[in-house]
Every structure is written in structure tokens, then in C-alpha cells.
Design a protein around this ligand. Sequence first.
Ligand SMILES: [Zn+2]
Length: 310
Amino acid sequence: MPTVQAPARGWHSEAARSLCAEYGTEDPARAILAAAALLVAESGLKRPAQNLDLLASLQDILGIERIVMSDAGRLLPTPRGLVVQVNAGDTAGRQNFSACHEISHTLVPSYCAAPGARVDATTGMYGEDREEEFFCDLGASELLMPSAEFGDALAARGLTVAAISPLAEEFGASLEAAAIKCIRVAAAPAGVIVWEPKLKPTQIRDVSAPCLFGPDEIPGPPEKLRIKFACCGAGLKGHFFPRDKSIDDESLIQRSYNEGWVVCGEQELPTGRGPAAFYTESQAFDFRRGEGWERKVITLFFPAGGAAAG
Ligand SMILES: [Zn+2]
């Protein structure tokens, strides 16, 4: 009789417990990745974005509806069965990721035992403290960008910042999701940071506070490029990049933002333990936001002294 595994210390949810028991591991993250890989294998799809309805149907989901709503995604029980809804206003890559996140809920045995509504204001940004949601983000990444297929495609192109956009396109993923996947499957020690122009959280509070003077009389503080999120792959795990830390105006990252293209070279980055030098490759991208566009920079970084490895 197989041994029923319990989650390693640090995981507390019923979702973690049920995943570990089902897949015979004490690592629920590994379990959800295995579950997602099995589903992709069952579908026979090499690029699952080409037929997410097939993945959904294999999980007894009636369909994927694209509707106007404020949430990124929802999984809803109806009298006829489960339905996935994604935000029609999101980019195709984000819709695909949200659909895969909702499908991933059905890979969690504790969800299947008591299926209820799941409403995700956003997907792809859950931390480990929201255990079921975090597992579903991991599952979504594996469903949309199967590691073996993605690893082959990445190896063919080489790990450079210029590879992110074609890989995102090929797998029907967002640039940010594809960038994180590159770091997770890469053999070389590497990390990714996404920068966006914004005020410091304390400045946002100051600007929104009531003021006797109009914005023309006292101009607000200028926005700076700040860390939206960072992800370190194996080999750079000791590093931590605090959210909202800024980079100075003379940096290669700012140059990439200003010029709108790829800028490479050694650059100090703001880690949790102070500035540290890395070899960086930064590319500016214009992202759709509502009716307009906003520019962000994606930086791949590698240990200083060594250029990007394949
Ligand atoms: Zn969710």
C-alpha cells in the first residue's frame, strides 16, 4: 500500500495536504506541477494555448467564457457543471494564463471534493501565503508553457532578453509569465526583474492627501522606475529584490526605458542587502493598459563577470 505523504513543514492548507497525499510527495508545489504535466500529456498538445478548451474539457469544465468584468478570472459551479470565465479586456496572453489558473483549481483534490466558486481579481501574482492560489499559478504556468517543451524552445533560442517576446508569442503567454518561465527552466544562474515607473508608496499617500494648492502650483514628485516583481532562478536563490525599490536615472535600465530597446552591460541592482553588480540585459516593452499603453522594462540578470549563457 502506498505511503500517504503529508506536506513538509511550512505548508498548512487542505489544498497542500490533498496534493501531497494524491501525488505521494511532501512538496505540494511539485505535486501541482506533476498534475499539470499529466493533463498536458493527456491532451497531446505541444502548445496548449492553441486549444485550452480541450484542457478544460478533460477536467469536466463546460467551457471558457470571455466576458467583460473586473476580475482576471473565475471558476463557477453552475447547475450544468463548472464554467471558467476570463476577463475579455485582458490581453490574449493574460486571458490564457487566467484560464489555466482556473483549470488548475480542478487539479487540487481538496477543490474537487468540495467544488465552489473561485474569484481571482488577478492571477500570476499570488504569494506562498495564499497556498491554493499559489499552487494554481504554478499549475497555470505549467499548463500554458509545459517545462519540457518550453525548455527545448528556450535552448534553441538561448537565454537572452530578446528571446522572451518570441517565446511568449509561441506559447500564447504574457511577456511577464514567459520571462518567469525562462528563469524557472534555465540551466544557467539567472533572474528577472520587471520595472515600472511609479511613485514610492509613501509619495502616493502624500499625493492623494488633501492639499490647499493645485497640482500646477506644487508639482508632484517625479515617478521613478521601481521593481514590480523579481524572480531568481536556481543559482541566484540567495538574492532578494524588494518590491518598489527604485533604480537611478543614469542606469542601463532607465536607458532601455528611454530608448525603447535592448541595453546590455554590468549594472548595480538594488538587492535587499544593498546594491550588487550583475550582468544585465534590459528591454522596454509597451503594455496595453485600459485605453492606453504603459512602458515597462524587463531585465534578465546573471552573475557579474559572465555574459548570458545558453
Ligand atoms: Zn484562483
